[in-house]
Design a protein around this ligand. Sequence first.
Ligand SMILES: [Zn+2]
Length: 494
Amino acid sequence: MKLFEQQELYIYNSISKTKEKFTSINDSSIGMYVCGPTVYSNVHLGNCRTFLSFDLVFRYLKHLDYKVRYVRNITDAGHLENDADSGEDRIAKKARIEMVEPMEIVQRYTVDFHQTMAKFNALPPSIEPTATGHIIEQIEIIEKIISEGFAYVVNGSVYFDVHKFNETHSYGKLSGRNLEDMVANTRDLATQTDKKNPQDFALWKKAEPVHIMRWSSPWSDGFPGWHLECTAMSTKYLGNHFDIHGGGMDLKFPHHECEIAQSEAALKTNPVNYWMHANMLTLNGKKMAKSTGNNILPHEIFSGDNTILSKAFSPSVAKFFMYQANYRSILDFSNEALLASEKGFNRLMEAYKILSEIAPSEKNEFDSSVWRQSCYNAMNDDFNSPILIAQLFEAVKVINLAKEGKTQLDKENIDVIKKTMHDFIFDVLALEESNANNASDDNKLSDAINILIELRNQARHNKDFSTSDLIRDQLKEVGINLKDGKDGTSFSLN
Ligand SMILES: [Zn+2]
């Protein structure tokens, strides 16, 4: 019996705004699509939170024995600076400023993205298609949308006709908007536009002569619209109707709304059963954004090289901090929160280690199978990682009590706790033991340095300055600095 047959998973579906019992389209296999990054800059921590939220989903589904095809794209063309189909292509702009080829920008930041996600111990997706590798598929979908009467061509560009679509379909159902309100709230900006209505969106844009990222199409030499890319890549690898589509909360409108419209217009299907949206990470209570400078990069956390931080934090600590909030809640980043997470993370890892050292008792005072199911219940409730972590700490309490001889665990229950903790800590949350800062190891290191300080003091007392200098210089070479003060000698680590 597969694990998913024993567990009842509920997913909060953004389109119905309720938690729904999850039923896969094809028994044991699941198709999941997540909008990947636009690779024009280093991935910031807010983006990482989104991708780590879906890594948790991917890993838990796999843990439940589902076969998951996880498709996450790379947007390497067509993502303009603003949602109104205007402004420069983000990648082309960066390439122009740096005087390099756009594909050099794409390469650099794709590598950065992969390296960062690997540091966080996130699994790579099953397929990672690029937008520029799927121009033919995108042109085919545009042709279908045109033939269905939901798009029009103006001066070599193709636009989706939102008003026409809304006559027979419902545009705005994911984001809970309706077209009349959108029209009422749109100020008619007297900018140049080929669109019939401001709500229409580009499926294909004719490239200006200076624009070097261009492909030929029946309408012009140009480039695809960003929303279309995801429709082409998701349906190519997952079919016209698949299980889960995820992305950051900010993609709900217009990006995902447009994806639904495109699929319904071209393929006559509702593309997705469960829409999932991960909430943002804020810094100082404000959205992280590169443009405002209110932003922190993952490598700054790992090195401690940012004025916000008092020290460096390991990737697992940063991830543990993120998973202590539900993926649908806004989470505010701060040094204090990371320090607290680090303590919690170390306590969890320490308890897992202690578990192997506990001698089994004859009697047992902890029902580990009830506890184990409560861990599953947490994850079955829309991947509720903070509740899962709280459950893991219930086991931490019991382990510490057992170590002190204040409660009893028999072998069978120790084994269940060990297996469950291993599954959830290392396979589902995917935290890494090597990232733990073992407090007792730290103490041992301090004790060892203090022994060397004492030896140096004795050497100085005996006027053996060559030995005392040797101790000081060699410690310095390995990054430990001694400082002599009136209260004795202290040390600091580089
Ligand atoms: Zn997308």
